[in-house]
Design a protein around this ligand. Structure first.
Ligand SMILES: Nc1nc2c(c(=O)[nH]1)N[C@@H](CN(C=O)c1ccc(C(=O)N[C@@H](CCC(=O)O)C(=O)O)cc1)CN2
Length: 279
């Protein structure tokens, strides 16, 4: 039997429809949310994601401000763009698209963002608020994963969740989110230093693969009925491939596929953060 699909594209579309109604109401009170993006360099994936973010803004009726810098941009150039967005009235929230080109310090850049305009929830102060259990904008991909599971009635309470990959945008904040009281999962965050990965994936009720290695997670690595979330994207000569091997479809109960699973939810959670920050 083939796994059922966690359809992130459909859910993201529903969420954006609801946000559009809230935006109309905000505008009637004289408030127009505006998302800024800072994109450095010419990575085709990053260009495509940023393009999608601006289309989402247009779709739900909010302003968007796009700052594109060349690959040759210095850290000072990025800091100047951040300074402008921190003081811009039109921009109520913004993101710096990651990864940044080599030579630009990601930590320094993220720390320069005004935390009250941090639409990605990746500023250390907002991550710290998440650790402390205070209100904060939630990092978009982890939030999208939790919303997707909730929508399909997949409880994380008491679940064993194995996350593959400890990156800043997915693995680390997802661990924080899923171990909050309301999610109440037991999370194993695995990485390149993990000795026996298959032991952890075989034990998991829910597996999140976020390493960007094409078809890495095989059917033989999961237990029957597990829920599998594919986050990774590899651009190959065979096209875009996720971290999850197609064989997993025969063993899992539910799969969030790539494309059409977590990616569209990431974008929907970003515009939600921008609208939420406006009231
Ligand atoms: N500042 C940030 N940088 C990055 C983040 C982030 O949340 N904030 N996440 C990723 C990239 N990302 C958003 O920025 C992103 C990735 C993938 C998708 C998406 O819709 N994917 C499609 C497939 C890809 C395609 O069709 O081109 C899908 O899964 O259906 C959206 C956003 C790293 N950087």
């Amino acid at each position: 039997m083939s796994a059922q699909i966690l359809d992130g594209k459909a859910l993201a579309s529903k969420i954006k429809g609801e946000l559009a109604i809230r935006v109309t109401e905000l505008k009637s009170r004289g408030i127009t949310p505006g998302l800024g993006t800072v994109l450095v360099g010419d990575d085709p994936g990053s260009h495509s994601y940023v393009g999608g973010k601006h289309r989402d803004c247009h779709e739900i009726g909010i302003n968007s401000i796009r700052v594109d810098l060349p690959d040759s941009a210095s850290e000072a150039d990025v800091m100047a763009a951040i300074k402008d967005l921190n003081s811009s009235k039109e921009c109520t929230g913004y993101i710096v698209q990651l990864p940044l080109p080599k030579g630009i310090n990601t930590q320094r850049v993220l720390e320069a963002i005004d935390p009250s305009k941090d639409a990605d929830g990746l500023h250390p102060m907002n991550l710290g608020r998440l650790v402390s259990g205070y209100d904060a904008p939630l990092p978009c991909t982890p939030h999208g994963i939790v919303e997707l599971l909730t929508h399909y009635g997949i409880s994380t309470k008491g679940a064993e969740v194995t996350v593959i990959g400890r990156g800043l945008t997915v693995g680390r904040p997802l661990g924080l989110l899923l171990t909050r009281k309301q999610e109440n999962a037991t999370v194993t965050l695995t990485h390149t230093g993990t000795k026996d990965l298959t032991m952890h994936t075989k034990n998991a009720d829910i597996i999140v693969a976020a390493i960007g290695q094409a078809h890495f997670l095989k059917a033989s690595m999961i237990k029957p009925g597990a829920v599998v979330i594919d986050v990774g994207i590899s651009r190959t000569d065979k096209g875009l491939l996720g971290d999850v091997d197609p064989s997993v479809m025969d063993v899992a109960s539910w799969v969030a596929p790539m494309p059409g699973g977590v990616g569209p939810m990431t974008r929907a959670m970003l515009v939600k953060n921008v609208v939420d920050a406006c009231g």
